[in-house]
Write a protein that binds this ligand. Structure first.
Ligand code: 26W
Length: 799
C-alpha cells in the first residue's frame, strides 16, 4: 500500500483548489499563510486513504493495539515530515515553485507544535513516526494544549517567557471529533451502596477529541494521534449575561478550558500543582474510557482485554491510568478487586526517563484525596495486593504522599529504562527494592530517533550523498548505513561528505544572519550544545572551558588556534533560578568575548533565542562537534547525541546515558571521551570539599572563576555571578569542578583532531555510518517484541 503517483502539475492543481475552496483566496491575493495552508491541506488529502485503510485493516485483523499515553508530544512542524513520508517532497517543491512560491519560505511559515519540554516529548513524536512506519496499530493519546512551550526571548541576556500561540491560526493537520467526548470527574466524595462504591463527583468537564493522522514512511500505514481538549459541560450562561455579569456568563467555559490551556514548562521538577494533577487525570481518563469503548464496540470480553490492548506510560505523568482502569473495571464492569488489578496490570507498562529525585512525582495525599477520592481508595487496594503478593515494605502511600513512580511500577507488567546504563541504575538506585520484589520486571529499551526527520528531511546534501553511495532504502532500514564505512577510506567520498557539511554550515550562517544579524566563520569548528538548560547537563562547564580558552588565546595569540564557534541553545524552566543565571552568564560572556579584537578571529559565542525542534533541524546538520557533557549517571539517555552522530558530528562526552552505546558503535577512536564515570562520581561525592580541592588543583579553573565572580562579564552588576561561583566552590553537586581539567584537555585534543581535515571528516563519516542502530524503528521493534507483543500489519519493505 502506498499512494498513487502524483505529478507536480496535478499537485499544483490540488494546491490551487484548496487555495480557492478552503482558503477562499485567489493567487493574486494569497499570503504565505494561505499558500502554507493550501499546501498542507493538499498533502493531508493524500494521508486520508492510507489512514482509513490502516484503521480498516486493524479492525479486520482483530489485532492488538498499542496506546501510547504521554503528557507531551514535541512534534515540531509537519509539512516536510508528511511530504517526505508520502514521497511527495520533491513534487511539492516543484509544484510550489511552478506557482511562483518559495517552498522553504512556505514551510517556514508553519508554527512548531511545541507540545513538549524536551527529550521525553520528542521521543514520543519519534515513536509515533516509527509505529506508523512499522505498521503497528497504535494511538498516541495526549493533551491539545492551546499554548505549547513558552517562547523564549532575551532581554539584556536574560531569559523572558511569553505565551506560545500555535493555535492562533487554524491547525491544518487535525480533524475535530466533537462526537468523541467523555465526562471527566473531579473531587466530590465516595458513598458505599450495598458494598459498591459510588463516586459522587464535585466537578465535571468534557474531554473532546482532535485527531491528527500520523503517516509512516512510504505511506504504507497511518496511525492516529488523539489529543484531548477540555470543554465545559454547560455552554454559555445566558442568564448571567442578561444580568450584565459577562464574566460569570463565560466563567464555566473559561474554567473548564483551563485544564488544557497550557503545557507546564518544567522538565525535571515536580511542581505539585493541582492543575497539573487534573491535567494528568483528564487526558488519562479520557484515553482509558476511549480505548475501552473501542474494545467493547468490537464485541470484546473485558477479561481478554490484555490480548487486545497494550498501554505504555510515558513516565509517571499518566500513572493514574492503573487506578483508573481498575476503577472502571470494578465500578462500571463489575470486576472484583484482584481480577481488576491483574487485568489492568497485564495491559500496562511504564517507561522511566529520569533518576533525578526532584523529577519523581509525589502528590500530597490530601490534595490527591481532594481531587481523586475514589482513586485514593483504589490505590490502597492496589498497595494491599502488592504487600500481600510480595511481603514488600515498599509503599505507594507514605509520609502523606502518593508516590507515582511506585504506583506505576507496581501496576506495570514491564518497566523499562531508556539506555543500557540508565536501566542498570534504575535497578540499583530508584527502584532497587521493587527490583528485588519483582525480578525481571525491569528491562532496557535504548532510545532512538526517526531517521526521516533527523536525516532524510533535515539534511538534503547528506541524504543525496548517501543515496548515491548505498541506494535509497536506508530510511526504514537504517543499519544499511554501515555500508558507508568502506567509503570512509575514499578521499573522493570524504570530500563530498565534507562538502555536504559545509553546505549545511553555510545554510546555518545565512539563517542566523537573516534572523539575528549574526555572521559565522564557516571554516571555524561549529561546537554545539543544544538541550534544556539544567545543572546536570553542565552548560556551565562548557562556558567555563570557553572562558579558559579565551584566556589561553589572549596569552598565546599565535599558537595556531583552531577557530571555534560555541553555539548554545535551550530554554530554562521559568522557575529554575540557577538555570536562568547560567543563560545570563553565557550571554554576558558572549558580549565581552565576541567584542575582543584579540580573539574574535578564533572564538565566538552564539546563543540564538527560542531553541525548538525546527531550529534543531538547521543546527544539527551544520555541527562539527556534539557536546554531551552531563555528569555521568544523570542523563537517562539523551537523543540529541544520536541526532548529531547521525549527521556526521563526533561527540565530546562522558560515559553517561546512550553516550556509552554510541561510543561502542562508532568506536572509541571516533569519540572524544572525558570525565568521571558514574561510579567515580559517587565515590568523589564522598570526598570532603571535593569541589574546593578541585579548584585549588586547577589554576586555570580558579582564574576563570575569579574572573566571573569579579564581574569581568557583568560590569553593569559586578556581583551578579558571585552566588553562582560560590555555589560551585561550596557545593558543585554535578562535579563541574572535578571534570573541568579532563574536559579542557580533551577539547584541546579536539582542536588537534579538527586541524587534520581529512582525518576529521573520516571520523565524522564513520559516526554517520555506525549509528544506524539508534533508529527509533529499532527501539519500537524492541518494545513490540519484549513488552507489547504486537505484530506489524505491513510486510517488510512494502512488498
Ligand atoms: C514532573 C515534571 C517533569 C516533566 C518531564 C520530565 C521528563 C522525564 C524529563 C525528560 O524529558 N527526560 C529525558 O527523557 C529523554 C527521553 O527518554 C532522555 O533521553 C533524557 O535523557 C531525559 O532527560 C520529568 C519531570
Amino acid at each position: 500500500m502506498s499512494i498513487p503517483y502524483v505529478s507536480p502539475q496535478e499537485f499544483s492543481a490540488e494546491i490551487l483548489r484548496h487555495l480557492k475552496h478552503s482558503l477562499g483566496k485567489d493567487e493574486s491575493h494569497a499570503s504565505v499563510y494561505d499558500w502554507r495552508m493550501s499546501l498542507s491541506l493538499a498533502l493531508r488529502d493524500h494521508v486520508v486513504d492510507p489512514w482509513f485503510a490502516s484503521t480498516r485493516r486493524t479492525y479486520e485483523a482483530r489485532g492488538k493495539r498499542v496506546y501510547y499515553l504521554s503528557m507531551e508530544f514535541l512534534i515540531g512542524r509537519l509539512i516536510e515530515d508528511v511530504a517526505v513520508n508520502l514521497g511527495l517532497d520533491a513534487v511539492a517543491e516543484e509544484a510550489l515553485s511552478a506557482l511562483g512560491q518559495d517552498y522553504a519560505a512556505v514551510v517556514a511559515n508553519e508554527p512548531d507544535a511545541a507540545l513538549g519540554n524536551g527529550g521525553l516529548g520528542r521521543l514520543a513524536a519519534c515513536f509515533m513516526d516509527s509505529l506508523s512506519t512499522l505498521g503497528i496499530p497504535a494511538y498516541g493519546y495526549g493533551i491539545r494544549y492551546e499554548h505549547g512551550l513558552f517562547e523564549q526571548h532575551f532581554e539584556d541576556g536574560a531569559q523572558m517567557e511569553t505565551a506560545e500561540t500555535w493555535l492562533a491560526q487554524r491547525h491544518a493537520w487535525e480533524f475535530e471529533r466533537p462526537e468523541v467526548s467523555y465526562p471527566i470527574n473531579f473531587g466530590g466524595h465516595v458513598e458505599e451502596h450495598e458494598g459498591k462504591a459510588v463516586w459522587r463527583a464535585g466537578e465535571t468537564v468534557v474531554a473532546s477529541a482532535y485527531d491528527t493522522p500520523v503517516v509512516g514512511w512510504q505511506a504504507q500505514w497511518a496511525n492516529t494521534l488523539r489529543l484531548w481538549a477540555a470543554k465545559s459541560t454547560t455552554a454559555f450562561d445566558l442568564d448571567s449575561f442578561n444580568r450584565g455579569d459577562y464574566m460569570a456568563a463565560s466563567a464555566p467555559e473559561a474554567l473548564a478550558r483551563t485544564i488544557s490551556r497550557v503545557l507546564y514548562p518544567d522538565d525535571t521538577t515536580d511542581t505539585g500543582k493541582e492543575l497539573r494533577l487534573k491535567q494528568e487525570y483528564f487526558f488519562t481518563s479520557a484515553s482509558i474510557q476511549d480505548l475501552l469503548r473501542r474494545f467493547l464496540s468490537e464485541g470484546g470480553d473485558l477479561r481478554a482485554l490484555p490480548d487486545f490492548v497494550a498501554i505504555q506510560l510515558n513516565d509517571t505523568h499518566p500513572a493514574i491510568a492503573g487506578p483508573e482502569l481498575v476503577r472502571l473495571l470494578i465500578d462500571e464492569h463489575g470486576f472484583e478487586v484482584s481480577q481488576a488489578i491483574t487485568t489492568a496490570r497485564s495491559c500496562l507498562a511504564y517507561t522511566n526517563h529520569t533518576l533525578l529525585p526532584e523529577a519523581l512525582e509525589r502528590w500530597p495525599e490530601d490534595l490527591f484525596i481532594r481531587v481523586l477520592p475514589r482513586h485514593h481508595r483504589i490505590i490502597q487496594l492496589i498497595e494491599a495486593a502488592h504487600i500481600a503478593a510480595t511481603g514488600s515494605d515498599i509503599r505507594i502511600l507514605e509520609h502523606g504522599e502518593v508516590k507515582m513512580g511506585e504506583l506505576a511500577f507496581i501496576m506495570a507488567h514491564h518497566v523499562n529504562g531508556v539506555s543500557a546504563l540508565h536501566s542498570e541504575l534504575v535497578k540499583e538506585t530508584v527502584f532497587a527494592d521493587l527490583h528485588s520484589d519483582y525480578p525481571g520486571r525491569i528491562i532496557n529499551q535504548t532510545n532512538g530517533i526517526t531517521p526521516r526527520r533527523w536525516l532524510y528531511s533535515c539534511n538534503p546534501p547528506l541524504r543525496e550523498l548517501i543515496n548515491e553511495t548505498i541506494g535509497t532504502t536506508w530510511p526504514d532500514d537504517l543499519q544499511q548505513l554501515d555500508g558507508l564505512s568502506v567509503h570512509a577510506k575514499d578521499p573522493a567520498f570524504l570530500d563530498k561528505f565534507q562538502a555536504a557539511k559545509d553546505a549545511n554550515k553555510t545554510r546555518l550562517s545565512n539563517w542566523l544572519q537573516a534572523r539575528d544579524g549574526v555572521s559565522l566563520n564557516p571554516d571555524a569548528m561549529f561546537d554545539v550544545q543544544i538541550k534544556r538548560i539544567h545543572e546536570y547537563k553542565r552548560q556551565l562547564m562548557n562556558l567555563l572551558e570557553t572562558v579558559a580558552l579565551w584566556n589561553e588565546i589572549r596569552e598565546n595569540p599565535n599558537a595556531g588556534w583552531t577557530p571555534r564557534v560555541k553555539i548554545f541553545g535551550g530554554k530554562a524552566a521559568p522557575g529554575y533560578v540557577v538555570a536562568k543565571q547560567i543563560i545570563h552568564l553565557i550571554n554576558d560572556a558572549a558580549k565581552v568575548i565576541n567584542a575582543d579584537p584579540a580573539t574574535r578571529e578564533y572564538l565566538q559565542i552564539v546563543y540564538p533565542e527560542n531553541y525548538n525542534v525546527s531550529m534543531a533541524e538547521i543546527l544539527i546538520p551544520a555541527t562539527d562537534l556534539s557536546e554531551q557533557i552531563s555528569t555521568a549517571g544523570k542523563e537517562a539517555s539523551g537523543t540529541g547525541n544520536m541526532k548529531f552522530a547521525l549527521n556526521g558530528a563526533p561527540t565530546i562526552g562522558t560515559l553517561d546515558g546512550a553516550n556509552v552505546e554510541i561510543r561502542d558503535c562508532v568506536g572509541a577512536e571516533n569519540f572524544f571521551l572525558f570525565g568521571l564515570t558514574a561510579a567515580e562520581v559517587t565515590a568523589r561525592r564522598a570526598v570532603p570539599e571535593y569541589a574546593r580541592r578541585a579548584v585549588e588543583a586547577s589554576p586555570r579553573l580558579a582564574r576563570v572563576l575569579q574572573q566571573i565572580e569579579g564581574g569581568v562579564f557583568s560590569s553593569d552588576d559586578k556581583t551578579r555571578y558571585s552566588g553562582l561561583v560560590q555555589g560551585l566552590i561550596n557545593h558543585d553537586y554535578f562535579l563541574v569542578t572535578c571534570d573541568f581539567d579532563s574536559y579542557f584537555g580533551t577539547q584541546r585534543d579536539v582542536d588537534k583532531a579538527f586541524a587534520d581535515k581529512q582525518a576529521w571528516t573520516r571520523m565524522a563519516a564513520l559516526n554517520t555510518a555506525r549509528v544506524g542502530w539508534f533508529s527509533s524503528d529499532r527501539t519500537i521493534s524492541g518494545y513490540a517484541r519484549d513488552i507489547w507483543k504486537t505484530p506489524s500489519l505491513i510486510s517488510a519493505r512494502g512488498s
